[in-house]
Design a protein around this ligand. Structure first.
Ligand code: SF4
Length: 361
């Protein structure tokens, strides 16, 4: 199958048939999700940001908690970013939370606290791209804007039997045009949601359920028996294994934490001092240099394995104490906290596991 050009999009009769079938299918099969009730621009925005790179099942509880804490954009803007990160803890990709907080402030300052209603204003907000702006405005305000994200990209490629790299500039242009050409005149939000829902439930990444699909008779991937091979897989992520060390430094009943700085992983979140383990790392010496105070022998605490972007990390965790009284001068980026304070802090996922271990020792 060669790739299709936009000129070969389905004729208007087929497009009408696709819309009609999707509408009926969505009415019967859509999942009952909290952001599908009482749709407002703010609520859809929060759900769309949380759903980026994250499974629906994971998002549901985070979304409910977030809405209880920040029911509107003003409450979000007035919150401390640490409070927002705390609610985001465990959801990953923390940049999303920081950008939402920044966007809420822009909405208060530039748009008098009202979520903007034009594409240009929405896409100008921190953390919002073309897809998210289209999704928010179509789903919450029924504006005729196309969408293209993971589920719809895969669905369209199969529907069109498009076997080129879907991420190439030419494919992206064609797929966006196709998405726009398929839009109905009314109920655009439901239509866009039906595309994503079909991609999530039926036209799944592996083994699409073509026999259950409401648009199988229009689908070139199905009709040509190539659905499973589309989209083609390119540049599979190469993972890198690394070993890191996290050190719990205690002083009396307090532990030392370091806040993630711009350019690092987990910006704004607290973590135990963490180091990449290399053959020439002298861990106690490095800690001493960083905090300006000698530490006692390291005691092994546990090993945690986790993944961050392309890294597969084996994290060796240690416990130590200061050898001398704590220096009076404040350490840049570091702070001492009691173990009782840890539940209230925004910690990254491994720091949280270590904190739980400390509390139960
Ligand atoms: Fe996807 Fe199969 Fe439906 Fe085509 S028929 S859209 S490949 S599930």
């Amino acid at each position: 199958m060669s790739s299709l050009s936009p000129d070969l999009f389905f004729d208007s009769k087929t497009k009408s048939r696709i819309r009609r079938r999707l509408k009926n299918w969505f009415a019967k099969n859509q999942r009952d999700l909290p952001w599908r009730k009482n749709k407002t621009l703010y609520r859809i925005w929060v759900s769309e940001i949380m759903l980026q790179q994250t499974q629906v099942a994971t998002v549901i509880d985070y979304y409910k908690r977030f809405m209880r804490e920040f029911p509107n954009v003003r409450r979000l803007a007035e919150a401390d970013v640490q409070q927002v990160l705390k609610l985001w803890e465990g959801l990953g990709y923390y940049r999303r939370a920081r950008q939402m907080h920044a966007a809420a402030k822009v909405i208060i300052e530039k748009h008098r606290g009202r979520f903007p209603r034009t594409f240009d204003d929405v896409v100008a907000l921190p953390g919002i791209g073309r897809y998210t702006a289209g999704a928010i405005l179509s789903i919450a305000a029924d504006q005729p804007l196309p969408i293209l994200e993971g589920n719809t990209e895969r669905l369209f490629c199969r529907l069109l039997a498009h076997d080129d790299d879907p991420k190439s500039a030419a494919s992206q242009k064609m797929l966006w045009e196709f998405s726009a050409a398929l839009l109905p005149k009314t109920a655009v939000g439901d239509f866009n949601q039906s595309l994503m829902e079909l991609g999530a439930l039926v036209c799944t990444p592996k083994s699409p359920k073509c026999s259950d699909c409401p648009i199988r008779e229009c689908c070139l991937g199905n009709l040509n028996s190539v659905a499973e091979q589309i989209p083609i897989k390119l540049n599979k992520m190469k993972y890198e294994s690394v070993v890191e060390a996290a050190v719990v430094v205690t002083s009396g009943k307090q532990v030392l934490l370091r806040k993630g700085q711009p350019g690092e992983r987990w910006v704004g979140m607290w973590d135990f001092p963490r180091y990449r383990v290399t053959p020439d790392l002298d861990l106690p010496g490095q800690i001493t240099r960083d905090i300006g105070c000698d530490v006692q022998n390291l005691e092994r605490l546990c090993t945690l394995n986790h993944a961050v972007t392309r890294f597969r990390i084996q994290l060796e965790c240690y416990l130590t104490a200061l050898s001398n009284p704590r220096p009076k001068s404040k350490l840049k980026d570091y702070r001492w906290f009691s173990i009782q304070q840890l539940p209230d802090l925004a910690l990254n996922v491994t720091a949280r596991k270590i904190a739980v271990k400390l509390a139960t020792r």
